[in-house]
Design a binder for this molecule. Structure first.
Ligand SMILES: Nc1ncnc2c1ncn2[C@@H]1O[C@H](COP(=O)(O)OP(=O)(O)O)[C@@H](O)[C@H]1O
Ligand SMILES: [Mg+2]
Length: 306
């Protein structure tokens, strides 16, 4: 088994990257019974909080787990495997935990979380690297090589690895993108975000993935059903990103906000309890992503729940 690696990335912040990461993780674990690892490369640690709660993120860090601790190993020149930095249990659905307790794993989520400390390490690293006449490109390459090595043993443990990337083209975002088989680009149906997707696509196509259209899954998020939004959506699909695979359009919904606001580690009994009125949207997201992979990479997964 070799894990499918997907980077969730966009130049812009606030377009739903972290939310999409968590919805994909939940959707693939629940409907397809897959073992998913979420790697949070963003110092904002949003997907980590959505999965583990804010307190859980701090606890993880106190136990020496997280991408900031792994980055420190790189800075100190120590080769290591990522295993000890992972929180093995980032599951928020009782249904999945119960199956596991009965020794019948039917979908699971683990997390290599982030922590605000990552920002400080990143700044220190960039300052040191550039002062020794390194460049952003050599740093991104060195990080990709280091992470690639430390993640290699994870390939046999997980079906899917999702990288929640920071916005912009920071060295960590570039490293995540270059390690990925495919990348998911969440965007919003407005003019400003559309320009952002064009710039980002051009850049990724040029520097990371020359076969970009084949590897790109676009997800329009936070959709408000107005005439203006529908027009932008049509332009995105028929003109700007014509050659890409589109996921279902995810509505702007308080159900999404609720699902991401995980108050306590044991908050949700069922998938419906977590996602309420957007359960169908998350199911369609998982289904479309699975279709995308089977068409573009040949990977096929079987659904185990409806
Ligand atoms: N479908 C949605 N409906 C309502 N709010 C959403 C939706 N998707 C994302 N949000 C909210 O929008 C904000 C940005 O989302 P986030 O996933 O953190 O974006 P990014 O990771 O790209 O910065 C967050 O406050 C999030 O809760
Ligand atoms: Mg984010």
């Amino acid at each position: 088994m070799t894990a499918i690696k997907a980077a969730i990335a966009n130049l812009k912040g606030g377009v739903g990257k972290s939310t999409t990461t968590v919805m994909l993780a939940d959707g693939l674990a629940y409907f397809y019974g897959l073992t998913v690892l979420v790697i949070d490369l963003d110092a904002q640690a949003n997907s980590s909080q959505m999965l583990l709660t804010e307190r859980g993120v701090q606890q993880a860090s106190d136990q020496g787990k997280g991408t900031h601790h792994l980055l420190k190993q790189f800075m100190d020149g120590r080769a290591t495997t990522a295993g000890p930095f992972i929180m093995p249990n980032a599951v928020s659905l009782e249904e999945l935990r119960l199956a596991e307790e009965q020794d019948e794993r039917k979908g699971w989520i683990s997390a290599l979380p982030s922590h605000p400390q990552l920002r400080l390490h990143e700044l220190t690293l960039e300052e040191e690297w550039y002062s020794r006449s390194g460049t952003p490109t050599t740093l991104s390459d060195a990080l990709a090589t280091y992470f690639g090595g430390s993640f290699s043993m994870l390939d046999s443990l997980y079906d899917v690895i999702l990288f929640d990337c920071p916005p912009h083209l920071s060295p960590l975002a570039r490293a995540g993108l270059s390690l990925a088989d495919v990348f998911v680009m969440p965007t919003i149906a407005d003019a400003v975000s559309t320009w952002g997707t064009k710039q980002f696509s051009d850049w990724v196509g040029k520097f990371i993935a020359p076969d970009l259209p084949k590897r790109n899954f676009v997800l329009v998020t936070r959709f408000r059903d107005t005439r203006y939004s529908r027009q932008v959506l049509t332009e995105l699909k028929e003109i700007y990103l014509k050659d890409r695979w589109f996921g279902p359009t995810i509505p702007e919904s308080v159900h999404v906000l609720n699902a991401m606001d995980r108050a306590a580690p044991d908050s949700y009994n069922t998938f419906r309890g977590k996602y309420g009125g957007v359960k169908g949207d998350v199911r369609r997201l998982a289904e479309r992503f699975s279709d995308f992979l089977s068409h573009r990479t040949g990977t096929t997964w079987q659904k185990i729940r409806d």
